[in-house]
Design a protein. Structure first.
Length: 152
């Protein structure tokens, strides 16, 4: 069984990540990590560069984003397929359009409209699972206590 990083931030996350997407893909290949997920805060800013570089290095790219929620919590979301990418982009667009410049707040009640093709990561003991709404299905519970993987 191989290790796959599912929550990595790039340098496009100001003051959060220090490596460019291409560097993340290169290091993953050097470490023989078969897949890696890039989750920039409130956007898919490094997704294109990351996807190209990862494929060039033989690493499976997983795209996602850290969503800033209306209650100041952070919800990491992974894209499962093309529908998920479309839904993530629409969700982010709506949040950015209604928020003041430099801010982004996703509403918990709007998640159900955009959940198809997305996988959310919740921390261990998170009270946020109940806020995500109907249709949330726990698909894995890590025994290490690192968190729960939730599929909408």
């Amino acid at each position: 069984m191989s290790y796959c990083e599912l929550h990595c931030c790039s340098a496009f996350n100001f003051l959060r990540g220090g490596s460019f997407p291409e560097q993340l893909a290169e290091v993953a290949a050097e470490l023989e990590i078969p897949a890696i997920a890039l989750l920039d805060r409130n956007g898919v800013y490094g997704a294109q560069r990351f996807s190209v570089a990862a494929r060039e290095h033989g690493v499976r790219p997983i795209i996602g984003a850290e969503l800033s929620m209306e209650d100041d919590s952070i919800l990491p979301v992974l894209v499962e397929n093309c529908t998920g990418y479309k839904n993530l982009c629409e969700l982010l667009t709506q949040a950015h359009l209604r928020s003041e410049k430099g801010k982004c707040a996703v509403r918990w009640e709007e998640l159900s409209e955009f959940t198809k093709g997305l996988v959310a990561l919740f921390g261990s003991g998170s009270a946020r699972v109940s806020r995500a709404g109907d249709g949330v299905l726990a698909i894995a519970n890590f025994s290490s206590g690192a968190g729960d993987l939730i599929s909408f």
